[in-house]
Write a protein that binds this ligand. Structure first.
Ligand SMILES: *[C@@H]1O[C@H](CO)[C@@H](O)[C@H](O)[C@H]1NC(C)=O
Ligand SMILES: *[C@@H]1O[C@H](CO)[C@@H](O)[C@H](O)[C@H]1NC(C)=O
Length: 383
């Protein structure tokens, strides 16, 4: 009798501790960050894919325009790609040929070599959960679009693409100029949420936010093995990027990232609760008077080389380029140094939909533990 009681007691304790502690498989309750905690506890996520749209935070706000009765569900069944005449069942067909709002998922694991740049339309969600989806070569371009979610993809080995026509949103053939080989490039796009992707080894940047793009949240991604990681702001002369607002939260940078995590021009970035596993040249840099509030990140300096996180890039000709880089609650390890510049930090001033709790810099390893594309399998499996 006594031993049965003990058994029950131990079993209850194990249950209370959550599956992470006994099985080491999935994160326990406390381990989810505020975005993940909103949907990942639901074992029935597969039948409630759209719930995730209510989980975003930061400058993208909630993505509730991407859900509802009028959204068409499209399942990618065919990994092939025809850039000018996409076939039904392919990813390119889903993002260009379907009118109105579309929610795209994948029938099975697939390796998609995009033959050319993929133009993603308005009100489009690409949801890689439930399959292991690799995207290479052509990669993603968001050109003057709004309300886009990109979740759960492995995007890598993106290469320079020649100029020429590709099928665009609204089934319109679009002439596009040469592309530099970015994994995800935003040109003049707003309200975009990029969450839980794994991005690496591409010819240019992993994420570029340029030409007046704003209201962007980049969360829970894993960036690794790359030189120029993230560019926010087109070039020094593009003044419209003054209005750019980007939230960078719960991402993991590294190992083997060199610079631009991010590099900011003109606008504002709130960089919070990210994990930096070293850098080569710098971690956060910028020019043209951008403001960055770096809050409760964990910066682990590289063993050798530069320990300085910040690089303020000043134009030699004009002397312009002062930056406002402020650190609040960051945790610096391995001799990392954050050289603050400017007059004071700018608050994000989030509204109710955008606001999220920034946690202590000491909990960043936990908060970013599942950064990158998740391995959520089928029905009943926890993400
Ligand atoms: C997306 O929507 C915006 C307005 O909401 C419109 O100006 C733009 O042309 C649309 N883009 C495409 C590619 O359909
Ligand atoms: C960005 O988001 C804010 C807050 O929702 C909104 O007021 C503003 O119009 C948005 N900007 C653009 C360019 O969509």
């Amino acid at each position: 009798m006594a031993s049965k009681m003990v058994y029950i007691a131990i079993f209850s304790i194990l249950l209370a501790m959550g599956p992470e502690s006994c099985l080491g498989k999935r994160p326990g309750r406390a381990a989810f960050n505020s975005i993940d905690g909103c949907w990942r506890r639901n074992p029935n996520w597969l039948n409630n894919r759209e719930d995730i749209a209510k989980c975003s935070a930061g400058f993208a706000g909630k993505m509730t325009n991407n859900i509802g009765e009028d959204v068409k569900k499209y399942v990618v069944t065919d990994p092939t790609d025809n850039p000018t005449s996409p076939k039904l069942g392919t990813l390119r067909y889903g993002v260009t040929m379907i009118p109105g709002k579309v929610w795209i998922s994948f029938q099975k694991d697939m390796f998609i070599k995009l033959e050319r740049t993929l133009l993603v339309g308005n009100y489009t969600t690409i949801d890689g959960r439930g399959a292991v989806v690799h995207i290479t070569n052509g990669c993603l371009l968001l050109y003057q679009v709004t309300n886009v979610i990109i979740h759960g993809l492995r995007i890598h080995h993106c290469r320079t693409q020649p100029a020429g026509p590709v099928m665009g949103p609204g089934a319109k053939l679009m002439p596009i100029s040469q592309m530099d080989g970015d994994a995800i490039r935003l040109l003049g796009s707003t309200k975009v949420w990029i969450d839980h992707n794994t991005l690496y080894r591409s010819e240019d940047g992993l994420i570029d936010v340029t030409l007046g793009s704003t209201n962007i949240t980049i969360s829970n991604n894993w960036f690794r093995d790359h030189d120029k990681v993230m560019l926010l702001g087109h070039d020094d002369d593009y003044n419209d990027d003054k209005n750019m607002k980007v939230t960078v939260v719960y991402n993991r940078f590294g190992p083997n990232c060199n610079q631009r995590m991010p590099r900011v021009r003109h606008g504002y970035a709130h960089v919070a609760n990210n994990l930096y596993l070293g850098w080569e040249i710098y971690a956060i840099g910028g020019s043209m008077n951008p403001s960055v509030k770096s809050q409760s990140n964990l910066f682990v300096a590289p063993k050798t080389g530069s320990k300085e996180i910040i690089m303020s890039i000043i134009d030699k000709k004009t002397g312009k380029g002062l930056s406002n880089f402020k650190s609040v609650g960051d945790v610096l390890e391995n001799g990392a140094s954050f050289k603050e510049t400017g007059s004071g930090y700018v608050k994000p001033n989030y509204n109710k939909e955008e606001k999220f709790p920034v946690e202590s810099g000491n909990s960043v390893r936990k908060l970013t533990r599942s950064a990158g594309a998740l391995r959520c399998r089928g029905r009943g499996s926890i993400c």
